[in-house]
Write a protein that binds this ligand. Sequence first.
Ligand code: MEV
Length: 303
Amino acid sequence: MTKTCSAPGKIYVFGEHAVVYGKRAIASAINLRTTATVTESNQTEIKSPLGTTGIDYMVHPYISRCIEHLSIPAVSIRIDSEIPVGSGLGSSAAAVIATLGALNAEFDLGMTRTAIAEAGHQIEREVQGAASPTDTFVSTMGGTVVITPGQSPPASAKLRLIDCDIVVGDTREFSSTKELVGNVRILHERYPDIMNPIFDIIDSLSEIGVPLIERGDYRSVGELMNIDHGLLDAIGVGSAKLSALVYAARDAGAYGAKITGAGGGGCIVALADDAEAVASEINDAGGNAIITKASREGVRVRT
Ligand code: MEV
């Protein structure tokens, strides 16, 4: 039998990096998805744009971990994705959640959505060393969500779905979440009195952002996103290219623009009324613009 399952990528409105220190974050699923197709087979095989392997922690660490985590019989898994890899759009979480969803369906494992999100978070932690529950939770549940990771289990609440345009600007520079989280950890260890207040301010951005998103006040959300971008730059996860795309988006009239995800390379995100103008300015500044929308839908088995 064959089962196909897809899961969305996500953008951070506020809170990347701070969420690793227990602070609140707001993130939204977007209309870019990763699909996992699972077929029972006599030999385990993982196929993706990265190559075809068996269990292989160098090429396919996330999918290898999914297979071992569930202790299932040999299986063939194919991954197809609309989400650029290593871009800060949650490509690894979407691949993990789509794979867990497909394996759950294929082998009748009876996992609930919550169990899939929790297993996905554990797998991301095992592969990356540290990971907040944001990416895997949003990819499983969909929607625009506020996450409070400091509690056990992490609390989350769905907000009104962002309904303005979302423009992603990809620098096409690979970024390693593990490395960037590690760099921030070093700064935090050296300068806790500087870094903790920055994380507290980012937490306040999420707190103040909740009612603004509920009201659809994207102009104010955008102003706070601009502040968050400055703070992400301050903690060392910015780059000249990321800022060039952020300023291009703002000059084109975006409500606000910031790094999304781990930074270093990867993507920026802008909220906009005139997405075409923002996308064109991002492309002119050397980025690759993707116009998208927030997505209500999380993990989905194709029937
Ligand atoms: C990466 O997409 C976001 C970070 O906050 C790490 C995480 O939340 O696991 C940098």
